[in-house]
Design a protein around this ligand. Sequence first.
Ligand code: SF4
Ligand code: FES
Length: 249
Amino acid sequence: MNITVRVWRQANAEAKGHMASYQVADVSEEMSFLEMLDMLNEQLTHAGEDPIAFDHDCREGICGACGVVINGIAHGPQQTTTCQLHMRSFDDGAVIDVEPWRAGAFPVIKDLVVDRSAFDRIIQAGGFVSAPTGTAPDAHAAPVDKDKADRAFDAATCIGCGACVAACPNGSGMLFTAAKITHLAMLPQGQPERYRRVKSMVAQHDEEGFGSCTNIGECTAVCPKEIPLDTIGQLNRDLVSSLFRSAGK
Ligand code: SF4
Ligand code: FES
């Protein structure tokens, strides 16, 4: 395949960015999208130009580092992570636009790399349990209903990629926050801090400059882990319950 890639180039957080156009020849349709960017970067390096900065780590859909907006869609056309998107999803001769996440709470660091540390601070505000967990317990030592175990597991698959924020017209981080809340709210270990957790994480979410959720649903439509919108309902129910509890509970 021969393709044209138009990429957002921005030297640093303060610099003004622009779209730059590159031709990439002999792209295999079996390549991942990131391998295509690697190939383009080799081309740029050989030409003495600055390679394109982009985030990645596991390249197998589990670390959440690799998100970019491809042709206007967070992670591109397949509802998977950018590292698991393959070039066979594009036509020979395609023109592909690649941009960083666009959200006030995720400032651009360079080119396609954004600062997602706001998510870390939301987790620090409450996304943990204080119960001593020790070594792995025997199965069924603490019985959990199958429905709740499944729901906790599904919510726990959130990889913190930030596609939900990039897709949301409000720049909201509610799907991410709700996934963490739901995961812990379904499990016995999550109960001691359950209501303090939701207040604290939502307050941190707002402090970081994420927008409010208005139930548009773009977040779940691009989420590579298909975190459902009803986790936000769970968050809202727990948040309302927390208001009827005495401080600190
Ligand atoms: S909810 Fe989905 S889109 Fe949002 S951070 Fe988690 S995995 Fe990524
Ligand atoms: S590089 Fe880890 S999810 Fe894509």
